[in-house]
Design a protein around this ligand. Structure first.
Ligand code: ADP
Ligand code: MG
Length: 440
């Protein structure tokens, strides 16, 4: 099948061929004609399956071929949860519109507001944005959406997780006219919060579900290793990084502080790694991602800020130094490898502190997780037995994952965070920030 068979213009097809892209992926084959026919879309397909082009192609085609509703307002708005992802989508868009007179701007948190006002005055056809800053521009009326034709949410569920519900409502209301078309994409859209959102945003959407959120990714080999403590995790990590088949590698830690600490520890051992630490400026963050994508260094250490959407084809290994608290994030983290048909490996270290997360992920993935061990580095920790119901009855906080008892010196225990703790990994300001961001 060719892109032109999907109704895509030969000019765009030629542009794709320059990038070595000749055959549509499944999600593109389904979503492109549906979007071109004017339907709203609710689409879920695996990490690395080509969702970006599935929404960019019909959007660009529309701007190229159809008359605008408004000469001044943007015609297409693409919202992504993180600055890194918005930047990546923007880069991909720029390639598609190279040589045309289509104008696109990127509106990210952490960048100069006045420069963005100037860029918006230039009447761009496309705006690619993170939600917080976008809402600021709407409030200050530097961005009008009454002529918007196409509203696209990439990783829509993550935008909600980050607490941007109010901003989404505002965007929706600003661009609320009969002719607006809305597209929602992610690898994990099947939870209740998204359902509620899509009822508000989408009109008679066509649902394109090419895989369940918890379905195994056939190109990613997932293995878990029990670990006793931090030193043991570091020893295992060192062992993995010495293997010949490791190309580029992304290591996920629980907190931003851990990224820097682990990076220093690895650099001391002679592994060249860079931490995408939280206190970095926006330009430094993007510079690190750019440098990693050019393969200037092999190991990137990060938190969930880089779990979504980032497309780096030479990443052979994802290592969860700590497990994520949200089961969906596990799916997205490991999805940084095994992209576009390449094979990838996901290794996860599971210590006593990771056990509650492990149980949540295991149940989300229907138990399909395999443990292995490294000779000479076997763990004494064998997992934690589930407590008998009688012991659990005493707690009233039924919404929280109960952390099982671990034998070690007693310290007052903090409750484990609720599975859906809102975070603000983007640095924008969600209006409804319930709690201090936890992971970033
Ligand atoms: P997703 O958003 O589903 O995780 P992406 O849109 O980031 O996936 O695409 C993953 C990779 O696949 C990117 O490097 C992209 O350039 C590549 N890709 C997309 N469509 C095709 C295609 N039709 N043929 C080959 N590679 C493709
Ligand atoms: Mg994507």
């Amino acid at each position: 099948m060719h892109f032109t068979d999907l109704g895509i213009d030969t000019r765009l097809e030629t542009q794709l061929a320059h990038q070595g892209i000749t055959q549509p992926t499944d999600i593109q084959a389904h979503a492109v004609p549906t979007a071109l026919a004017g339907h709203d879309i609710f689409a879920q397909s695996k990490t690395g399956s080509g969702k970006t082009l599935a929404f960019l192609l019909p959007a660009v085609q529309r701007v190229m071929k159809q008359k605008a509703l408004s000469k001044r307002d943007p015609r297409v708005l693409i919202v992504a949860p993180t600055r890194e992802l918005a930047t990546q989508v923007f880069t991909q868009l720029r390639l598609l519109i190279a040589g045309t007179n289509i104008k696109a701007v990127k509106i990210l948190g952490g960048e100069n507001f006045n420069d963005q006002i100037k860029a918006l005055r230039n009447d761009p056809h496309f705006v690619v944005a993170t939600p917080g800053r976008l809402a600021d521009h709407i409030t200050k009326r530097s961005l009008q959406l009454s002529g918007l034709e196409l509203l696209i949410f990439d990783e829509a569920d993550r935008i909600l997780d980050l607490g941007f519900t109010e901003q989404l409502k505002m965007i929706n209301e600003q661009a609320n006219h009969r002719l607006r078309q809305t597209l929602l994409f992610s690898a994990t859209l099947d939870h209740a919060q998204v359902d509620a959102l899509s009822r508000n945003l989408l009109k008679k959407p066509k649902q394109i579900t090419l895989s369940a959120a918890n379905e195994q990714h056939s190109d990613i080999k997932q293995t878990l290793y029990l670990a006793d403590n931090l030193d043991h995790k570091e020893a295992l990590l060192e062992h993995f990084l010495k293997q010949d088949d490791v190309g580029q590698c992304i290591i996920f830690t629980a907190t931003r502080a851990d990224t820097s600490r682990l990076s220093e520890a690895l650099n001391d051992k002679g592994f060249k790694s860079v931490a995408l630490a939280g206190d970095l400026t926006q330009s430094k963050r993007l510079e690190i991602m750019d440098s990693f994508s050019r393969e200037n260094f092999k190991i990137l250490i990060t938190t969930d800020v880089a779990s979504r959407g980032l497309d780096l084809l030479s990443v052979t290994h994802v290592i969860n130094f700590d497990l994520p608290k949200h089961a969906e994030e596990y799916v997205h983290r490991i999805g940084r490898t095994g992209r576009a048909g390449f094979k990838g490996n996901a290794l996860s270290l599971v210590g006593p502190k990771d056990w509650a997360s492990y149980i949540a992920i295991k149940s989300f993935l229907n138990d399909e997780l395999v443990f292995a061990s490294v000779e000479g580095l076997k763990a004494k920790f064998k997992g934690i037995k589930e407590k008998k119901p009688a012991a659990v009855v005493k707690t009233k906080k039924v919404t929280q994952v109960k952390k099982p008892h671990v034998k070690r010196k007693a310290k007052p225990k903090k409750p484990v965070a609720p599975i859906k703790a809102p975070m603000n990994i983007d640095g924008d300001s969600p209006m409804r920030r319930k709690k201090k961001p936890e992971q970033e």
